[in-house]
Ligand binder design. Structure first.
Ligand code: CP3
Length: 353
């Protein structure tokens, strides 16, 4: 039986639509280069991929931000591109340039990919999940994650980051059947990958669709909403009740349709979503977000005002405080501390309003 007493994790409560005297919080990219202790472990690991595939070190960096700031959730330390890597696509993270992959641009290129070694390559990630769960403070929850098929496909087809998504759109619009094969493969691999994370101890999952906003409506429905719905449905079949957060960054006026079709428990909101719109969406699902990461970089009064505005507008409904995108590398660690304090003090602050 799951009762309030048996489930002391505020983050999981919020994902199920409950409210509390203050919202739980965590930050996208809360582990990373803005933290000196991360940079130390990262240097010891050698390459970024080595860090992702070394469970002891990956577990350590997963827990670092919680030790400093007491977030209500840890997010598994890994990357969305380990899935294409495990499907056999060559991948390297080039210092200062980001990820580089040997591009997959046609149906014929798809033959280079196979699910045969998926769990062999990703085994260390599941081990990281087990290690983190064993060490996690009991009131904190562990989030597993994957990239959503569209966003992962953009990197696979472009061969890295992109400004105009020319190659991936050429494939998707020019050969929807062939591109559909790639998306189907990603739906299958991502479903298995997330299921294994849950079996290893992940208590909620987030699907990152960073480049969802690059697509017009019909393509958004086909390549963002549909594959996400398929993954959520398949994961829930194996793991009923697992909370799912969808983050279709840049979805704009399609956020609501996404939430409904994909069937997510919570919606990650990017910085462009207004607080009015967030309140409207909050009537249907838990919302998460959407402080501008640049405000966390700047700190001071601008940060305080924006944090306060979000807590006041969204704190009474089902809400998870977060950023609208990841923590920026130049963010002073003490600004994150100030943010954590503001959220913790919110029940007192609210009384004084
Ligand atoms: O703390 C966390 O949020 C967990 C770990 C995490 C990372 N990447 C670690 C990482 C998560 C959830 C991600 C997701 C991810 N990765 C996304 C979706 C979210 C987003 O930010 O839009 C995307 C698009 C990627 C792909 C990716 N990984 C890029 C484009 C880059 C290079 C950019 C950069 O910041 O260097 C990465 C590398 C990466 N992933 C780093 C980290 C900490 C930096 C690598 C390093 O330490 O050298």
């Amino acid at each position: 039986m799951t009762s309030f007493a048996a489930q002391p994790k505020p983050f999981l409560h919020a994902l199920k639509g409950d409210t509390a005297d203050r919202p739980p919080f965590w930050l996208m990219r809360q582990a990373g280069r803005y933290l000196p202790e991360y940079r130390k472990v990262r240097a010891r690991a050698g390459s970024f991929l080595d860090l992702c595939y070394t469970p002891k070190l990956a577990a350590e960096v997963t827990l670092q931000p919680l030790r400093r700031y007491g977030m209500d959730a840890a997010i598994l330390f890994s990357d969305i591109l380990v899935v294409p890597h495990a499907l056999g696509q060559e991948l390297a993270y080039v210092e200062g340039e980001g990820p580089k992959l040997a591009p997959i641009r046609t149906s014929a290129d798809l033959k280079r990919l196979t699910t045969g070694r998926l769990h062999e390559v990703l085994g260390p990630v599941y081990e990281t999940v087990r290690l983190v769960r064993a060490e996690l403070p009991e009131e904190a929850a562990l989030i597993g994650f994957a990239g959503a098929p569209w966003t992962v496909a953009t990197y696979m087809v472009e061969g890295g980051g992109s400004k105009d998504f020319g190659h991936v759109k050429r494939f998707a619009y020019g050969d929807p059947g062939g591109f559909g094969e790639l998306i189907r493969l990603l739906v299958e691999a991502t479903t298995d990958y997330l299921s294994r994370q849950i079996e290893a101890g992940a208590e909620a999952i987030q699907l990152f669709d960073t480049w969802a906003g690059a697509l017009p409506e019909d393509a958004f429905r086909r390549w963002v909403m549909e594959p996400t719905r398929a993954i959520v449905e398949a994961v829930r079949k194996k793991h009923p009740g697992i909370p799912v957060i969808g983050f279709p960054r840049g979805a704009g006026s399609l956020y609501e349709a996404y939430a409904e079709t994909a069937g997510v428990d919570a919606l990650g909101l990017d910085t462009a979503v207004t607080l009015d719109e967030a309140q409207r969406l909050q009537k249907r699902v838990t919302v998460q977000g959407n402080l501008d990461p640049a405000l966390l970089l700047v700190g001071g009064e601008a940060l305080e005002r924006a944090v306060h505005d979000r807590l006041a507008a969204l704190g009474a409904g089902p809400y998870v405080f977060n950023l609208g995108h990841g923590v920026m590398q130049a963010t002073p660690p003490e600004h994150v501390g100030a943010l954590a304090e503001m959220i913790r003090r919110w029940p007192e602050t609210r009384k004084g309003l």
